[in-house]
Design a protein around this ligand. Structure first.
Ligand code: 4AD
Ligand code: MG
Length: 431
């Protein structure tokens, strides 16, 4: 007898095979019983017929509880009415473990309850689909960068310099060296690496002590960051729109059934192709004010402002050249308007908000030092970063894409906490 998986059943029509999995659900039709068996590759209906099975095997139906683990043997049949196209006529069942009464049932559960049971909730069909799409997003991003000969550079997670904002740092004591911070970004390190390897990227968890509970913020999230030497902010945006379009098309192509599970409008993703519209920050402020927002020139855009701008387009939209003081210290001053910097935020469509933040970096030593002083950052910690502007400084640009924000958008789900296996929020550290 062959051991196989549900995903491969089409190779075994008319044959008897053995599957190892879990009982997702069951239903009785008197002398016929139906088991919904899942094995991590799919779900199949296994049919038990009373007069075709030894009595003790048929009696197992009563014992098998939801999520019991089991080995099922049976004959594979084509079944056009089943979603997978196949069904199994059971010839034998071997329980592995009879599960305790399962906390997650078919009835509606509250969000908090489900998150408290995240370790079990991951088995539900919706979470299964989201995790597959997350996997595809990450796969497609790596594929994009490797196809273009970018080199992966792993940046440290314990750092001595502040990458983004002092207000959202997680600190820890670090031996006799004082405070270490959990990385908010790998950018500063890959800026160093791009002067050696030209086009580089890093991919890892990043940490921000965000004191707000929104549907877009995690305290630990995964970020892909790219950095390119001899690249200006135009080239940077071009790379972003090509990368994100590749991701969307890869998800559409490889995750159709998962998108259907989530009832995602796939046409919305099919339309994600370059180029993306660009909107100057100043223009954006005017539009927002006309629509009744009280945002002023100089402010960073709030979540509501982003939602308004993002709802105006079917594609992601770049908001370019923000005011210097609304953005991080490392962004390059705009030669055409020194009050602004050469940067872009990419807002996802359908109200999903900022997906990517990117900029050309300040490559002038003195201007960068002035910004570090202006922001009252600990100068000493940036010695090495300033060195990059002393030894062969060149124009360079890069960006960071939040994986969970991208997954939330691809999946068309409401809240970012479902886009990561075990979310970390201000109010959640378990499971
Ligand atoms: O705009 P941010 O802060 O940019 C940086 O960190 C730069 N150093 C990136 C770079 O240029 N290399 O963050 C980048 C992206 C955001 O656009 C968003 O998608 C995501 O990271 N992000 C978060 N995702 C979830 N929870 C949070 N608290 C996030 N903060 C940022
Ligand atoms: Mg940003």
């Amino acid at each position: 007898m062959t051991d196989t998986t549900i995903a491969k059943l089409s190779d075994f029509v008319g044959e008897e095979v053995r599957l190892s999995g879990w009982l997702y659900n069951k239903r009785s039709g008197g002398k016929i019983k139906f088991l919904q068996v899942r094995d991590g590759t799919g779900t199949v209906q296994a049919v038990m017929v009373k007069n075709e099975l030894p009595e003790e095997v048929f009696a197992l139906y009563g014992e098998l509880t939801q999520e019991s683990s089991l080995i099922v043997t049976g004959l594979v049949r084509e079944e056009p009415r089943s979603p997978s196209g196949y069904e199994m006529s059971v010839t034998g069942i071997e329980p592995v473990q009879i599960a305790d009464p399962y906390p997650i049932t078919k009835k509606e559960h509250g969000v908090e309850f489900l998150h408290n049971n995240r370790h079990l909730w991951l088995r539900s069909s919706r979470q299964y689909a989201i995790m597959h799409i997350r996997n595809q997003v990450i796969w497609a991003i790596r594929e994009f960068f490797y196809n273009r000969d970018f080199v992966l550079i792993d940046s440290p997670l314990l750092t001595g310099s502040i990458g983004e904002e002092a207000s959202t740092l997680f600190e820890t004591e670090y031996f006799k060296l004082g405070k270490a911070y959990l990385a908010q970004t790998g950018q500063l390190y890959i800026e160093a690496a791009c002067m050696s390897l030209r086009n580089v990227f890093c991919f890892g968890p990043t940490f921000r002590a965000e004191k707000s509970l929104t549907r877009r913020h995690l305290t630990e999230f995964w970020m892909i960051e790219a950095e390119m030497a001899y690249c200006d902010n135009e080239g940077n945006m071009k790379n972003q729109e090509e990368m994100l379009s590749h991701v969307a098309q890869s998800v559409v192509k490889n995750c159709r059934s998962h998108l259907e599970t989530l009832e995602r409008d796939i046409s919305k993703l099919e339309g994600i192709t370059p180029p993306f519209p660009r909107l100057d920050y100043g223009e954006a402020i005017k539009i927002l004010q006309e629509k009744g927002s009280d945002v002023k020139w100089g402010d960073d855009l709030g979540a509501e402002d982003e939602t308004i701008l993002s709802n105006m387009h079917d594609k992601p939209v770049f908001i370019v050249n923000y005011p210097k003081h609304a953005k991080a210290f490392y962004m390059k001053e705009n030669p055409d308007n020194p009050e602004t910097v050469l940067c872009s935020d990419l807002l996802g469509p359908e109200g999903y908000g900022e997906i990517i933040g990117g900029s050309q970096r300040e490559d002038d030593h003195d201007k960068l030092l002035a910004r570090i002083r202006e922001e009252k950052l600990p100068e000493k910690a940036y010695d090495w970063y300033l060195d990059l502007r002393k030894y062969g400084s060149v124009p360079h640009s890069g960006y960071g894409l939040g994986i969970e924000r991208t997954v939330t958008w691809m999946c068309g789900i409401h809240h970012i906490r479902e886009a990561i296996p075990f979310p970390r929020l201000m109010t959640r550290l378990t499971p």
